[in-house]
Design a protein around this ligand. Structure first.
Ligand SMILES: [Zn+2]
Length: 327
């Protein structure tokens, strides 16, 4: 289907009222909700029930911190104290690094340190909280590392980045962790970016990866893309969306935190990214046309900007970009 929705980004306001938007679920949706595995134990490295409950308490605490910080975090160790009272000790050894990272983050919040000093601490703590995202792949459920997508994303990010394609069961478990942390429903994300230290990793849903595999194998055709524009047959559109999701997440991995900017940059980067994935240039350009034909009307709130136009502030001035005549 062509519905486009996303989970909202999670944002934290610091004591200095600077806005930190941390990338969570984003990109477009083209799959139905997925059932969450009912086991109390996390498969492979994913969070088990007690860990998930702790992660959810972290998420609730962060939301409260955000609300308070809108009116300035009170002095006197508010961040550290509320974490201890509302979240408590880590339930397992492997979550202790996350707890310590949040303590380090909190000390800087309570000291009123500037946003730049807080972002890396927050990313680190968040990365350590999400347990299953960095586990070794491939695994027995069908999750794998996508070498083609990694190659294409590296052009955007500018340094090493890894693209992970998750199986349906693994994606359910992975998004269960991010949903607990961010307080959003599971199963809506097409992709997300996580950070562990200075290393960003792009995590993609099974449906996004299925579309990317078609692109990588050169199976997208001009005929399919034009059929979508005339008859709304979705296959070519979904392939185009998947390339945009990859580019969007790569923008986050590059450090772009604004959803509107990441989305605008991503659409401009679709032609080059699709070629790097394995599509011929004419088809890649047509994929871009498909995406522009639904922009900005199909974008969720916060994912478009009036500056996303030729010579607008979000124009990357890429030679390969095809700006539609009306933009
Ligand atoms: Zn995003």
């Amino acid at each position: 289907m062509s519905t486009v929705k996303v989970a909202p980004p999670f944002c934290v306001r610091t004591a200095a009222l600077a806005l930190m938007c941390v990338t969570t679920g984003c990109g477009s949706v083209h799959s139905a909700n997925r059932a969450v595995a009912g086991s109390s134990a996390g498969a492979a490295g994913f969070a088990n029930r007690s860990e998930l409950a702790w992660i959810a308490r972290v998420g609730t605490w962060l939301t409260g911190l955000y609300d308070v910080a809108n009116a300035n975090v009170p002095p006197g160790g508010y961040c550290v104290q509320t974490f201890r009272h509302q979240v408590g000790k880590a339930p397992t050894t492997r979550l202790k690094p996350a707890l310590q990272a949040f303590m380090s983050f909190c000390k800087k919040v309570d000291e009123g340190q500037p946003e730049g000093a807080l972002l890396s601490e927050y990313d680190k703590a968040r990365g350590l909280t999400l347990l299953g995202e960095g586990q070794q792949l491939p695994d027995g459920s069908g999750s794998y590392l996508d070498g083609h997508a990694t190659y294409a994303a590296t052009f955007i990010v500018g340094h090493d980045v890894e693209v992970r394609c998750w199986s349906g069961p693994d994606w359910s478990l992975l998004t269960r962790e991010t949903a607990a942390l961010d307080g959003v429903p599971t199963g809506k994300e097409a992709g997300l970016t996580t950070f562990a230290g200075n290393k960003a990793t792009i995590q993609l849903s099974p449906s996004t990866c299925a579309s990317l595999r078609r692109v990588e194998r050169g199976r997208v055709t001009l005929s399919e893309l034009r059929q979508w524009q005339v008859k709304r047959i979705p296959v070519g559109f979904l392939d185009s969306e998947a390339v945009k999701v990859l580019a969007h997440e790569a923008e986050h991995a590059r450090g772009v935190r604004s959803e509107a900017a990441a989305e605008c940059y991503a659409i401009q980067e679709v032609p080059a990214t699709a070629v790097e994935l394995g599509t011929d240039p004419a088809t890649a350009r047509e994929m871009d046309l498909v995406l522009w034909s639904v922009f900005p009307q199909a974008e969720p709130r916060g994912y478009s900007s009036p500056q996303c136009k030729m010579k607008g502030s979000l124009d990357l001035h890429l030679a390969a970009t095809w700006w539609p005549a009306h933009r």
